[in-house]
Design a protein around this ligand. Structure first.
Ligand SMILES: Nc1ncnc2c1ncn2[C@@H]1O[C@H](COP(=O)(O)OP(=O)(O)OP(=O)(O)O)[C@@H](O)[C@H]1O
Length: 249
């Protein structure tokens, strides 16, 4: 079976600045992959290429076996995205936001209602259905954004630093919700972050730095002997002479 996401040799430039250089990665179906990178590494640019906000300049992207350039509708139909910036309408209720999004996907009213109930239960916010978004906490809004990203039942979910600015408990809730989706529904996830507590040793991981992948493998194996993932990350994004590119996979 084809991978959930296959990125092959993708490069992207903003004028003279190379934001991505020959990036390749594969998210297998039912896997959680952490995309680790410091500010400016290129994570958001990569997500923008995968979601087709930016035209692909070089390289190939396939989602669930559908090439993004040749079959964009089929590729994007299987993709859900939680962007870094918040995009819910704060003056509308939770249900109104979700129904609006469902109609954008062409989902009928009755099917949307059932799907929204199931998703609100999934993110633990069924009782907030009729509340305006502006009355929710930051963590609760994020959970609604996750529900919204899943409205069309995608099989691959991209999340761009979804826990930034949230307290410890809200962060843990969001990580737990997404991990349950992977475990129980076989969802495939690409999770961009620079928060190490969100990553488990058995996760697949890639480290992106200055637009290049500088390490990949099981998160627990990216460090050298006796070296934590966090220490390995600091070494990898430090001066080039301190860096040894490792491939644990
Ligand atoms: N629209 C743009 N025009 C010009 N340069 C850009 C643009 N968007 C991003 N860049 C540059 O491309 C590089 C990668 O940025 P990007 O936002 O993808 O990084 P990031 O890993 O998502 O960082 P952060 O964690 O801060 O969101 C940076 O050098 C950034 O300044």
């Amino acid at each position: 079976m084809s991978a959930a996401l296959d990125v092959a040799g993708v490069s992207h430039r903003f004028g003279q600045r190379a934001a991505l250089s020959d990036v390749s990665l594969t998210v297998e179906r039912g896997h959680f992959m952490a995309l680790l990178g410091p500010n400016g590494a290129g994570k958001t640019t990569l997500f923008s290429v995968i979601t087709r906000l930016y035209n692909n300049q070089e390289g190939r992207v396939s989602i669930l076996g559908h090439p993004l350039d040749r079959e964009p509708s089929r590729a994007l139909a299987g993709l859900g995205v939680v962007f870094q910036a918040r995009t819910l309408d704060t003056d509308l209720t939770v249900a109104q936001n979700l129904h609006y999004h469902a109609s954008l996907h062409g989902i009928g009213r009755a099917a949307a209602r059932a799907r929204i109930e199931a998703l609100l239960a999934r993110v633990g916010l069924a009782e907030r259905r009729d509340d305006k978004i502006r009355t929710l906490s930051g963590g609760q809004s994020r959970r609604i954004e996750i529900a919204r990203s899943l409205i069309h039942a995608p099989r691959l979910l991209l999340l761009d630093e979804p826990t930034v600015g949230l307290d410890l408990e809200s962060r843990a809730d969001i990580v737990a919700i997404v991990r349950a989706l992977v475990r129980e529904e076989g969802l495939s996830v690409l999770w961009a972050t620079h928060i190490f507590e969100e990553i488990s040793p058995e996760d697949d991981a890639v480290v992106l730095h200055k637009g290049r992948i500088v390490a990949r493998g099981r998160a627990g194996e990216i460090g050298g002997p006796g070296e934590s993932l966090e220490d390995a990350f600091r070494r990898l994004v430090a001066a080039p002479d301190k860096r040894t590119v490792r491939s644990a996979a």
